[in-house]
Ligand binder design. Structure first.
Ligand code: FE2
Ligand code: FE2
Length: 176
């Protein structure tokens, strides 16, 4: 057994080797490091006004997406899909927590409360893909104006994770 830390969400992973993706936030393997190499002050960053606004936008986006997925996870007509979106809700919740840490703000009070879904798996999965495209594009844009190595790392990593979720939506369609 070894101890690893994810540079994106900061969670610890215990296992024989680093996983291909962080099970908590979805970060890719190159961001999962030996615990000894994880700087405890990793999220202490100076923010510009624009970066603060970008983080606020990201907190709200992740809050909305996490609550949308919690609503999908509540449906009992397809437990395979419901469980997959429950996992996705947990991933987006991690992203929201990370953005709150970076901008030193409390987590939204309703982060773990289900929002509204659209009433059919087909429509919900299309809506999910739309949300993930928006998130991935937006974070790529934020990465371009990041003024610190840490914010550049975070926006680049989370943009790639949201792009992975678009692939998941395509896969989910086969389980309807
Ligand atoms: Fe992570
Ligand atoms: Fe996310």
């Amino acid at each position: 057994m070894k101890m690893y830390r994810c540079r994106i969400c900061g969670e610890t992973y215990l296992g024989a080797e680093a996983p291909s993706h962080c099970p908590f936030c979805g970060a890719h393997r190159d961001l999962i490091v030996d615990t000894a190499d994880f700087p405890e002050d990793i999220n202490v960053v100076q923010l510009t006004e624009i970066e603060r606004a970008d983080l606020d936008t990201a907190v709200e986006l992740e809050r909305s997406n996490a609550r949308f997925y919690l609503a999908m996870a509540r449906r009992d007509d397809n437990r395979k899909l419901a469980n997959a979106y429950k996992r996705l809700a947990a991933v987006e919740t991690e992203h929201c927590s990370l953005f709150c840490k970076l901008s030193k703000q409390p987590k939204p009070a309703d982060l773990r409360e289900p929002g509204d879904e659209l009433g059919s798996w087909d429509a919900d999965i299309d809506e999910s893909a739309r949300r993930e495209h928006r998130a991935s594009d937006l974070y790529a844009e934020f990465a371009q104006r990041a003024t610190s190595p840490r914010l550049l790392e975070v926006w680049t990593a989370v943009s790639a994770i949201e792009a992975d979720h678009i692939e998941l939506d395509a896969l989910a369609k086969r389980y309807i």
